[in-house]
Design a protein around this ligand. Structure first.
Ligand code: C5P
Length: 219
């Protein structure tokens, strides 16, 4: 792919899972590896964009030429995304944000015997919903919905509730796709009711399909 169709544009991408710590060694998290966000950053950079990649703990290196910002929890991710939002033409929220956090944090490691029987939880901020409220009409905001079973209905609800321009509905109960895989499959849904199915492909190809749609305005 030799396209430079994102030249002069700033693309802001979130990737990977967030962690909400209970004490210095224990956290609530999820199995996201950030590979989809990494592929998005590679694709956007390849197409000429200035790319900022805000990512949770990851086993890969941020590509040369991409600005990487490493965070741990949802509030830190929220802060960085809000800071970089105004300059971004395209915002892709591919991070798997932990939905809840422990209400209490202990700065000392809790002894096994003093671990609580039940863990009081609090919601974390819904970052993409906040970006949806703040974004300007010229900005394109894209969310992801990792789902099992019927992937379209809940993704459409998220598209509307969070005021996204489009959403990538991602089955995580199919072989070789979703969390940790190098491949993915998806249905793209947009705010005009359009629906495009993307057959199983590499995450890098999926990333290019996504930017093809952004650039062509097809979705
Ligand atoms: O968790 P959920 O399936 O609702 O995630 C859908 C979209 O919302 C994803 O793009 C995810 O990055 C985003 N999200 C968020 N903040 C949260 C939870 C999810 O930005 N607290």
């Amino acid at each position: 792919q030799g396209k430079r169709d994102l030249a002069g544009k700033r693309v802001l991408i979130s990737a990977g899972g967030t962690r909400e710590y209970l004490d210095p060694v224990r956290f609530i998290g999820n199995p996201s590896t950030g590979k989809m966000g990494l592929a998005l950053a590679q694709a956007a950079f390849h197409r000429g964009a200035s790319v900022t990649l805000v990512h949770g703990p990851a086993s890969w290196d941020v590509p040369l030429g991409v600005q990487g910002i490493s965070i741990i929890n949802a509030e830190q991710m929220q802060q960085v995304m809000l800071e970089y939002l105004p300059d971004a033409a395209v915002i892709v929220m591919s991070a798997a944000v932990a939905d809840v956090k422990p209400r209490d944090y202990s700065t000392e490691k809790l002894a096994k015997r003093s671990l609580p029987q039940a863990l009081p939880l609090e919601p974390v901020p819904d970052i993409v919903a906040q970006l949806g409220q703040l974004k300007q009409p010229h900005q394109c905001l894209i969310g992801f919905a990792a789902q099992t079973g019927d992937i379209v209905t809940p993704a459409n609800e998220k598209l509307q509730n969070k005021k996204l321009d489009f959403i990538v509905a991602n089955p995580i109960d199919q072989p070789d796709s979703g969390f940790g895989s190098d491949n993915n499959q998806a249905i793209f849904l947009d705010s005009h009711g359009r629906k495009v199915e993307i057959a199983p492909c590499s995450k890098l190809q999926m990333a290019h399909h996504l930017f093809d749609f952004v650039v062509s305005g097809e979705i």
